[in-house]
Design a protein around this ligand. Structure first.
Ligand code: B12
Ligand code: SF4
Length: 489
């Protein structure tokens, strides 16, 4: 069958604005499974080209697919449905499917409101896709295909898969990327790729659902992973690798093997960014130099809160002091430590200011602030809905929208920018970042620093945007969720 996998167009600032455009790895993983079974697959990233659902006629005609699959994270789901609706109107015989975290948990809402969506593939779905495509081709029964939601007379929800995906067997079909040049990061201008060693997490933080989505922690072999990195480095010239993993260091032995394998490849100039749990970095204090030797330059900690009580309430399994210590370990070993901070949790202005006052004590290189986003299937959802004015526009579920009503988002963000400037523009901070450490560290620090600076200037003086960005597609650093509506798709 001819399958066209589509990433719907969406921009909201945040990480994309700082770090630059990146591919969506989900469709590339499932594509490889379909290709293995002899299907013809194309990957269409509408985000990278900033193409809206109703502007893709010529591409669509060129590919003339039998079936389209559209990625549906929460912020993408509305545009995903617009794509499906539009394509189905043009060709009523076209089969349509969706997958991704939002479709996985909100399948009932999507299927009951949108008759144009024929199938939803839930959770990790490499096997599901191949079974579905084969069954559709042969006209076979669909009822035994795990993780599938489909229609008979009514909506049918098949059983969940019994086993996790064998990620040694299925690797992303990077060869489907039509033009790598579009994926250059803002840090160094290098070609970039999202890569994945492991899936899942052993923690169960209450606001997160990654642990639920991937079921249990599982990974490919360190050798398979390192060989893939080497292939990307040599075949496509990729130098920057962002790990999609929630917590790749969970299994200490496997992780050390990953580091050894990557070191053995001697990939000059390659560098990596990864998330890490505080406890894993503390555990690895004696092998931090290996992180650095393998090229891990940016370590991102989900610090989230400065208050130990809140950290405990959300089951984050880390204390403020421990986050601080892990950050120092990363820094003294020549890497860049970034932290994510979640604002607005209690919908309380004094908590907001207290957080801004306390975060600098972590002594991170860079601080990324996000607004708490209440995903409907998380443990925290009910608690958060009690204090928030929920917004039914899923495009606002992007960490950039404040759902509380205690204060106005714009005025809080003005304060946020002041704190941001105050912290990042201190002489000591600039000196440490610009004039100490390895050449590579200084180069990356400088680039992140200037990205932050430019975005902050544009934030304060929007008129600067047209001068700085000229004709380029502008991705603002902050996003104001307008167009709020009642709860529905
Ligand atoms: C790398 C990454 C980024 C990168 C690259 C984004 C990109 N183009 O993919 C950057 C830094 C740019 C980024 C930005 C943002 N991100 Co982000 N990001 C991630 C991260 C860490 C990895 C994504 C990934 O590659 N996963 C690995 C792949 C294999 O998993 P997957 O996509 O789920 O795919 C599997 C299934 O879902 C399914 N599947 C996926 N797509 C499809 C499509 C079809 C048709 C089918 C059938 C199946 C299917 O099959 C795949 C294999 O089984 C995830 C967290 C995570 N670990 O997943 C957050 C995550 C996806 N990001 C998230 C968010 C909110 C954002 C931002 C809005 C944040 C911000 N304001 O900066 C922006 C949005 C940018 C945009 N334009 O979409 C949330 C989404 C939550 C949600 N409920 O939807 C996540 C889950 C983080 C979280 N903790 O909640 N992100
Ligand atoms: S440690 Fe991170 S990925 Fe794991 S459950 Fe908590 S927030 Fe989610």
């Amino acid at each position: 069958m001819k399958l066209l996998l589509i990433v719907p167009n969406y921009h909201c600032g945040g990480m994309e604005a700082i770090q630059g455009p990146l591919m969506n790895l989900g469709p590339l993983f499932i594509a490889s499974a379909a290709v293995k079974n002899g299907h013809e697959v194309k990957y269409l990233d509408l985000t990278i080209d900033n193409i809206k659902y109703n502007e893709c006629d010529s591409i669509f005609d060129l590919y003339s697919p039998d079936i389209i699959g559209v990625a549906a994270r929460t912020h993408l789901v509305s545009e995903a449905i617009r794509v499906i609706h539009y394509c189905k109107q043009r060709n009523p015989k076209l089969l349509t499917l969706m997958g991704g975290i939002h479709a996985t948990f909100m399948f009932q809402e999507i299927m009951s409101h949108h008759i144009e969506v024929d199938y939803i593939l839930r959770y990790e779905c490499e096997e599901t896709l191949t079974l579905l495509l084969d069954a559709l081709e042969k006209g076979d029964d669909l009822s035994q295909i795990p993780n599938l939601v489909w229609r008979k007379d009514d909506i049918v929800v098949n059983d969940m898969a019994q086993e996790v995906t064998d990620v040694n067997k299925y690797r992303p079909a990077y060869e489907l990327i039509p033009d790598w040049n579009k994926y250059r990061n803002h840090f160094t201008g290098d070609l970039s790729a999202v890569v994945q060693f492991s899936r899942g997490c052993v923690q169960k933080c209450s606001y997160c659902s990654q642990w639920k989505f991937w079921n249990s922690w599982h990974s490919c072999s360190p050798k398979v992973f390192a060989d893939e990195i080497e292939m990307l480095y040599k075949t496509y010239g990729i130098r920057y690798f962002l790990l999609a993993d929630e917590a790749p260091q969970i299994d200490s032995e496997l992780w050390e093997e990953v580091l050894n394998e990557i070191i053995s490849k001697k990939l000059k100039g390659a560098y990596f960014a990864t998330c890490a749990r505080v406890k894993d970095v503390q555990r690895d204090k004696n092998i931090m130099s290996k992180y650095r030797a393998a090229g891990f330059m940016i370590i991102l900690f989900g610090a989230e809160f400065t208050n130990n009580k809140t950290l405990n309430d959300v089951a984050k399994e880390q204390k403020f002091e421990e986050i601080h210590d892990a950050i120092q370990l990363v820094k003294v070993n020549g890497m860049i430590a970034m932290v994510d901070i979640m604002l607005g949790w209690n919908n309380d202005e004094s908590e907001f200011f207290q957080t801004l006052r306390e975060v600098p004590n972590l002594n991170a290189d860079f601080i990324c602030y996000f607004w708490t986003t209440p995903y409907p299937w998380t443990k925290s959802f009910n608690e958060l809905t009690e204090r928030y004015n929920l917004d039914g526009n899923y495009e606002n579920y992007n960490f950039m929208t404040f759902f509380g009503n205690s204060s106005n988002q714009r005025s809080l963000e003005k304060e946020l920018i002041k704190f941001y400037f105050w912290y990042h523009f201190k002489i000591k901070h600039i000196y440490n970042g610009f004039f100490t450490g390895s050449k590579m560290r200084r180069r990356i620090f400088r680039s992140i620093y200037f990205q932050g600076l430019i975005k902050s200037i544009v934030q304060i003086f929007p008129i600067m945007s047209s001068i700085i960005h000229q004709n380029k597609t502008v991705v603002n650093s902050m996003y104001y969720g307008s167009d709020k509506k009642s709860w529905s798709l």
